[in-house]
Design a protein around this ligand. Structure first.
Ligand code: NAP
Length: 339
C-alpha cells in the first residue's frame, strides 16, 4: 500500500518532513502548501514537488509571482490519506476543522496543545497509542529528546524523578524575526516550564520538573538532565541503557565533541541532508552517577529530531505496520543507525 501524504506548512519542519516522505518506499508526497511566495517554493518546484496554495489569496499571490501551483489546500486534501500540519504554533484548531471536513488523517506538531488530538507521540515510547487513530500530535523537539532519553533509562533502571534545565536555541538559522538576541532570556520567568508536563503527555508515569532559558545560538538545545534511579547503578549501566536505545547517539569530549557546534559539524561531515541530527545526543563523559542520581548533558537538534517521528506517525495512523518495522524503514531511509 502506498500512503498518499500532503504537507501543509513548508517551513523548518514541513520542508524536512516533505523530503523524508519522498524517501519512503511506502509513501507518496502528493504536494505541499505555501502561504507566501518565496525562494523555498521555487526550490520545491525545481525538485518536482507539487505545490498548492494555502487559500485563494495565496493562490493569486503565487500565480502573480509566476509559481506553478496545482490548486489550494482544499484540493490537496482531496488527494491525500494523511496530512502533516507544519503550520505555525497554534494554527491547529483552525486547520483541524478543514482536515476533518475533508476526512483526512492528520499529524500536528509540538506547537499545538496536547488536547487538540488527545494523543501525543514519540515512536519508541508509544507508537501503538496512535495506531489507526485519525489524528496525533508529534511532540516538540525538546520533549522528543527528553522522552527518548528518560524512557531508555527508565526501561533499564527505573526513573523515580527527572529534573532538567534547558538552554534553548533562540531561533532557527533562517528566522531573522526572532533573532539575533544579545541576552539570556528566561523562558519563562515563572517555574516550572511547560516541558515537564509535555513529557507526561507521552510518559505519564514520569515525575518530571523542568526550567528553561534561551541563549544566543541557532544550533541546538542543550539540556542538563538529572534522573533519580530506582535501581542501584553505575555510570556504565546508564551508558549501556542509552547505547541500546533507538535514535540516541553518544559522543565524547575527548574525541572533540565539546559543543553543539561540533555535533552540527558531525552531521555536515556525514553528509546528512541539511546537516540534520535526527538522534538525541548524550555526552558519554558527562554521564555521572552520584548516590541514586544520574547526571548528563543532552543535545537536541531542534530542526531535525522530530522528522523521523513524523514519518513513523504517518505509518501509525495509516495502520498495518508495526513499530519495529516502521522505525527500521524510517531509520534506514534517513541514515540513522538502527537498533
Ligand atoms: N522549528 C523548530 O525548531 C520546531 C521543532 C519542533 C517542532 N516545531 C513545531 O513545528 C510546527 C511548525 O514550526 P516551524 O518552525 O516549521 O514553522 P515555520 O518555519 O515558521 O513554518 C511555518 C510554515 O507554515 C506556513 N503557514 C503560515 N500560515 C499558515 C497556515 N495558517 N496554515 C498552514 N501553513 C501556514 C508558512 O508559509 P510561508 O513560508 O509561505 O509563509 C511556513 O511555511 C510548530 O508547531 C512548531 O512548534 C518546530
Amino acid at each position: 500500500m502506498t500512503i498518499k501524504v500532503g504537507v501543509n506548512g513548508y517551513g523548518t519542519i514541513g520542508r524536512r518532513v516533505a523530503d523524508a516522505v519522498r524517501k519512503q518506499k511506502d509513501m507518496e508526497l502528493v504536494g505541499v502548501t505555501g502561504a507566501h511566495p518565496h525562494y523555498k517554493y521555487a526550490i520545491a518546484n525545481d525538485k518536482g514537488i507539487p505545490l498548492y496554495a494555502l487559500d485563494m489569496k495565496s493562490l493569486e499571490a503565487f500565480n502573480a509571482a509566476g509559481y506553478g501551483v496545482k490548486g489550494t489546500l482544499n484540493d490537496l486534501l482531496q488527494r491525500v490519506d494523511v496530512v502533516v500540519d507544519g503550520a505555525p504554533d497554534d494554527s491547529g484548531p483552525v486547520n483541524k476543522a478543514a482536515y476533518q471536513q475533508a476526512g483526512v488523517k492528520v499529524i500536528f506538531q509540538g506547537g499545538e496543545e496536547h488536547g487538540l488530538t488527545g494523543t501525543s507521540f514519540v515512536a519508541q515510547c508509544n507508537f501503538e497509542a496512535a495506531s489507526g487513530k485519525d489524528m496525533v500530535r508529534v511532540v516538540s523537539c525538546n520533549t522528543t529528546g527528553l522522552c527518548r532519553t528518560i524512557n531508555a533509562v527508565d526501561k533499564a533502571l527505573g526513573v523515580s524523578k527527572a529534573r532538567a534545565v534547558l538552554a534553548r536555541r533562540a531561533t532557527d538559522p533562517d528566522d531573522v524575526k526572532k533573532g539575533p538576541i544579545d541576552a539570556v532570556v528566561l523562558d519563562p520567568t515563572t517555574l516550572p516550564s511547560h516541558h515537564g508536563p509535555d513529557v507526561q503527555t507521552v510518559l505519564p508515569r514520569i515525575n518530571i520538573v523542568t526550567m528553561a532559558f534561551k541563549v544566543p545560538t541557532t544550533h541546538m538545545h542543550l539540556h542538563s538532565l538529572i534522573l533519580s534511579l530506582k535501581k542501584p547503578a553505575a555510570k556504565h549501566d546508564v551508558v549501556k541503557a542509552l547505547e541500546a536505545a533507538p535514535r540516541m547517539t553518544l559522543v565524547d569530549g575527548k574525541s572533540g565533541y565539546k559543543s553543539t557546534a561540533n555535533i552540527m559539524d558531525w552531521a555536515r561531515e556525514k553528509g546528512r541532508d541539511r546537516n540534520d541530527v535526527y538522534e538525541a545526543t548524550v555526552w558519554k563523559d558527562s554521564v555521572t552517577v552520584v548516590d541514586d542520581e544520574a547526571y548528563m548533558f543532552l543535545g537536541v537538534h531542534q530542526e531535525a529530531i522530530v522528522v523521523p517521528e513524523n514519518i513513523d506517525a504517518i505509518r501509525a495512523l495509516a495502520g498495518g505496520v508495526s513499530r519495529e518495522e516502521s522505525m527500521r524503514m524510517t531509520d534506514e531511509s534517513l541514515g540513522i543507525s538502527h537498533r
